[in-house]
Design a protein around this ligand. Sequence first.
Ligand code: SF4
Length: 247
Amino acid sequence: MTRRERILTELGLTPLWLHRRRLDDPGATLESPPHATSHAALPQHRTAHEVRTVEVMDWAEMREAAATCTSCVLHEKRKQAVLGVGDEKADWLFVGEGPGAEEDMRGEPFVGQAGKLLDNMLSAIGLKRGNNVYIANVVKCRPPGNRNPAPEETLACQPFLDRQIALLQPRLVVALGKVAANTLLARGGTLGSMRKTVHDYRGIPLIVTYHPAYLLRTLTDKAKAWEDLCFAVETMSGLSSAARNVD
Ligand code: SF4
């Protein structure tokens, strides 16, 4: 069995791969930067002086803030917020769209069928969930009926993702699907038009590929996703070489 066949088998995708807050005191007069008031993410026992914006939160504060956030309607039907999972010092960051039913139940992103496929995709390029890999979503609460998050919901939730990326400082971001790509790149456009390009997210290289849930429905695009994974590995290798040359 060739290396490619071994990888395809590991992916479980053969033979298709072969073919290719607001302060709870409304009267508060504290002047706060953006998001300190837009995210009702703070426990009610906190005073105005203790308010910290998402932009300066640490991981523990973000988990607490997301769990109590009511900044968009998605909080209404969630069982829990799903901030992310993995190595908080990871070089690789994979960003999906939003939690599904199983993720909402378990509090971890990508744990259903799409999660299994993502794990296989990671394994195919020598990566493993939790080991130098962090996985997050654009929105932290489940969109009902697995619909796409609305623009106002992604906008409301973006400070969490931005802060996660600021804390992680990953070497490469992989946007899984059009919603993640459009949110992170702050642009419209089809997924196809964004593939095969190294984009820039605040100085961090970003590439775009298909969302695993889409690949489960559209088997014929798995070959393209494989191309994207290879492109991601090449991009990361290039970054490593460049870093060595600088050293
Ligand atoms: Fe808050 Fe994000 Fe959940 Fe909306 S999706 S309630 S902004 S944590």
